[in-house]
Design a protein around this ligand. Structure first.
Ligand SMILES: Cc1cc2nc3c(=O)[nH]c(=O)nc-3n(C[C@H](O)[C@H](O)[C@H](O)COP(=O)(O)OP(=O)(O)OC[C@H]3O[C@@H](n4cnc5c(N)ncnc54)[C@H](O)[C@@H]3O)c2cc1C
Length: 468
């Protein structure tokens, strides 16, 4: 095929996979639900090679989907049916271009993993605060393109808050060099914002300048048992009142979610069991900040007045890592147990208990036997409300119910003035929600932006915007 020969000539034969067995892993999403053949998978090593691949695809009239670590949870990085397309995987663009300890910035290529950025920051005595369970595989280009959140948004903001500059290959093959390190720059539209969270529909991110933060000098971490979602919110409010901006994580986990996480993390132990759990972390950014005292002072009244039923405070870095390993095992544990109909909603933080109660009532009334698996970032008002099939049934057995379950759960979030996709994005899986929940004006504005930046719809067909 002419286009494959041209890509091989531009990128080198080894950078173009065409064999069906070799391509399969790149064509299938993380949840192993969506899989469609690509013409080929290409692995450019430089920005110029990305631009060349884009131009070759455009001239041949073949669409292209950018791919990072392929850990996205809405099948955004894999092809859709009915569109012959090329997967452009950024993993060979993996260089650290610069680290500026004075300006507190790091400039990295899109294929550098999130974990590598954290490690490079740590080596320089700094913190890169975006952290999520897939960080060893997720790449900076993907994390920016999904505007990923993770476990520390309440203190540091999501990915959008970390990006100072971008380099992007546009749909027509031109390169936009917006790799600025500036903290202040009010010179017209802030173009980088269009590409952050755009899920590859507007351009291919090839490099980014990211903001670094002061390193954390100490952590105080506790797993707190609570009898109810209402009590979990009370724990969050009490900890926030005590620690303010030093409260860097507050995660909610139901007993069912915890059981799946523990099953998947056999070395982890919890010294107590509870109806629900809250994983709380307070971080010190300066010597002498007594974070453990802060944590204990916050916990004491909660235990005394029975808001909390139990608590364990990590006594070492190893114990802290153990607690976080359980949290990180929740998604994998659920997948290993057969998967679920996943949701990623957010509501105003104070509405979290009402949202959970309404969901429980809804599932019991309309989908009896289905099992709720709820966990997430309570401090951001963001919960993953996942619905597992009844015992003994598989995800395939309940496929007829999926759309109705999702419409019901997302509908509840919208009733609470929430979002039907808080941090995972739209991809192919949430596209129905765009039609259902976005106003005509919002969709119109988004289509205008797509039309301006990718008028021939060369990038990521079938993603994000209905009808494109
Ligand atoms: C176990 C687990 C836990 C997770 N926890 C969280 C969490 O806490 N918070 C959270 O927000 N997400 C979470 N995620 C989702 C996922 O890890 C993030 O969305 C991550 O940002 C995706 O990065 P990636 O490199 O794998 O991107 P991919 O999955 O490869 O791609 C994601 C999207 O970005 C586009 N894209 C990728 N690279 C580029 C590029 N260079 N230029 C333009 N577009 C590009 C793709 O086309 C696709 O639309 C989790 C996933 C897993 C598997």
């Amino acid at each position: 095929m002419e286009v494959i020969a041209q890509l091989q000539a531009a990128l080198g034969a080894k950078a173009v996979l065409t064999d069906a067995a070799d391509k399969a892993a790149f064509e299938t999403d993380w949840r192993r639900i969506h899989s469609h053949a690509a013409l080929c998978v290409v692995f450019p090593e430089t920005t110029e090679q990305v631009a060349a691949a884009m131009r070759i695809a455009a001239a041949a009239g073949v669409q292209l989907v950018p791919q990072g670590g392929n850990t996205g949870l809405v099948a955004g990085a894999v092809p859709v049916a009915g569109h012959p397309q090329i997967i452009l995987n950024l993993r060979r663009m993996n260089k650290i271009r610069a680290l500026d300890a004075t300006g507190d910035t790091i400039t990295v290529e899109a294929g550098v993993t999130l974990q590598t950025v954290q490690e490079e920051a740590a080596k320089a005595g700094r913190l890169f605060p975006v952290s999520l369970a897939a960080e060893g595989t997720a790449q900076i280009g993907g994390v920016i393109s999904t505007n990923a959140g993770g476990i520390q948004v309440l203190a540091y903001g999501s990915m959008r808050a970390q990006v100072l500059g971008l380099e992007v290959v546009l749909a027509d093959g031109r390169v936009w060099d917006g790799l600025r390190v500036l903290r202040k720059d009010n010179t017209g539209f802030d173009l980088k914002q269009f590409f952050i969270g755009a899920e590859g529909t507007l351009g291919i991110i090839t490099a980014a300048v990211l903001r670094l933060h002061p390193a954390v000098s100490a952590h105080a971490t506790a797993m707190v048992g609570v009898p109810s979602i209402e009590a979990a919110l009370d724990v969050f409010k009490a900890m926030q009142a005590k620690a303010g901006s030093s409260l860097t994580a507050c995660e909610f986990i139901t007993a069912d979610a915890m059981a799946l996480g523990l099953a998947h993390s056999p070395t982890s132990r919890l010294p107590f069991s509870a109806e629900n759990y809250v994983l709380v972390e307070i971080s010190a950014h300066s010597a002498g900040e007594a974070v453990e005292d802060m944590l204990l002072a916050g916990l004491e009244p909660l235990l005394e007045n029975a808001t909390a039923s139990d608590a364990v405070v990590a006594q070492s870095e190893r114990e802290r890592a153990d607690l976080w390993r359980i949290r990180e095992a929740l998604s994998d544990g659920e997948l290993a147990a057969g998967g679920s109909v996943k949701h990623d909603i957010s509501v105003p933080i104070g509405d979290i208990p009402a949202m959970v109660r309404a969901t429980e009532a809804l599932i019991e009334a309309k989908f009896p036997g289905f099992r709720l698996n709820i966990f997430g970032h309570i401090g951001d008002g963001n919960l993953h409300i996942n619905v597992r099939p009844p015992a003994g049934k598989s995800l395939a057995d309940i496929s007829d119910y999926k759309a109705a379950i999702t419409a019901a759960v997302e509908g509840l979030a919208m009733l609470h003035a929430g979002s039907f996709s808080a941090e995972h994005g739209i991809g192919q899986m949430r596209i129905v929600g765009m039609s259902a929940h976005k106003s005509a004006v919002e969709l119109d504005l988004m289509r205008s932006i797509k039309q301006a930046l990718d008028p021939h719809a060369r990038l990521s067909p079938g993603k994000m915007l209905p009808g494109l």
